[in-house]
Design a protein around this ligand. Sequence first.
Ligand code: KIV
Ligand code: ZN
Length: 509
Amino acid sequence: MSRTIAIFDTTLRDGEQSPGCSMTVNEKVEVARQLEELGVDVIEAGFAVASKGDFESIRRISRNVRTAAVASLARALPGDIEIAWEAISQAAHPRIHTFISTSDIHMARKLKKTRDEVLEIVDQAVRLASGLCPEVEFSAEDATRSDPEFLCRVIEKAIRAGASVVNIPDTVGYTTPHEYGRLIARIRENVPGIDKAVISVHCHNDLGMAVANTLAAALAGVGQVECTINGIGERAGNAALEEIVMALKTRRDVFDLDCGIDTQQIYRTSRLVSSVTGTALPPNKAVVGANAFAHESGIHQHGVLSDKSTYEIMCPEAIGLPGNQIVLGKHSGKHAFESRVKSLGYNSTPQELDKIFERFKELADKKKTVSDLDIEALIHNLSPGDPEIYKLDRYTINSGNTITPTASIRMIRDGAAGEDAATGDGPMDAAFRAIEKIIGTKFELQDFFVRSVTGGKDAQGEVVVKMRADGRTAVGRGLSTDIIGAGIHAYLNAANKILAGTAPAEPAK
Ligand code: KIV
Ligand code: ZN
């Protein structure tokens, strides 16, 4: 009989730790809800002691998530562990995840502790956490560069102190599949009491082997794998959840492992994480990249037309990739629209449905046909919790190759209109400058990308911007068949988050 492996998602902690991937509290709650739909076993919601924002989002996620366990990271320090517990105590299945480094280099240079001191800290920390929380995970940071014999002693100590999950992270992405598999086997053979705990792995992608290493550990018998959506994470990222899960599914003959993931939620989760973090996916990204199911060469196209399995080892439907077929038009009624949204798997509230339907009608007026991909984009762009200090009223753009681009913008704040105009290097630049004049704040634009939702000249364009001001960084999203309009909405969305203080603050130096 197949074994089941638990999926521990750390998108909201290790993923969010990567440069430029920070999310607002509302966005984290939205991602957590989607992770639950996806079917992950554990959601690592953050590092409670790291910031007020982290604490708050862990607390809100703990209240909202019912089926998955919710974990908070904590250094092996009493203060960290107590705050982690406070943040997760209302979760249906709380888990404290405490860690300390076990490699000689980390112990000597970072912690300035001896091996014996580290063993003592592990014992104290795990005992404290176990006294507070029914489930405790212990991680031996930099495990793959640790002396394996010492590592085994640390793990034994953690299990004796009450850890029910022991994690063996490849913190710096250094190991190789064969070596990692052997390390797991050694731990399974040599640690007394190991059968009382679940062995977990956590891999970083510095040498591009995070997924391969994770799968090698899965073959070596671990019971939990840690990963992130789209592989986001520190430096080169973490092992990508979608790649691990689709490898297990597609090569069941090799792995013979089950997991609780509903693979049809993969594409949607990937899109959500990409847009809330403002990180575009490379087109050739495995499983979820734009080209993952595109066949360009004539030979491949010919093969796929006669039999998909000639060049397709998994089908787009398996990850829930919505089709681009025409589904609705401007004469479609609310009832048909609502049932389409439901059949796409969204449980939108009546208020959300009203808003999406209003936007669908506007879109159907501009675009002859509206596809599932368009509807998904409208839903993702809704962001119900986003602040709206300034609301766009209207804009006029003048541009061309023989004139200086100018933009005139009118926005509403607390019922009062503000209007201004500006010139710029291009129409988008002019529009952004006009917005800044009205608001009276200069924003530093750090990133900007445009994506077309479907093919065709009347396609909706999605603009994502990342910008900074007042010590906060925000990601803004905008969607429109007019790309300048999408850019203005995205800029305003990010500006509002900064002004409202919901955008994550930069850590104090
Ligand atoms: O990479 C790592 O070692 C970690 C631990 C805190 C689990 O993220
Ligand atoms: Zn990590």
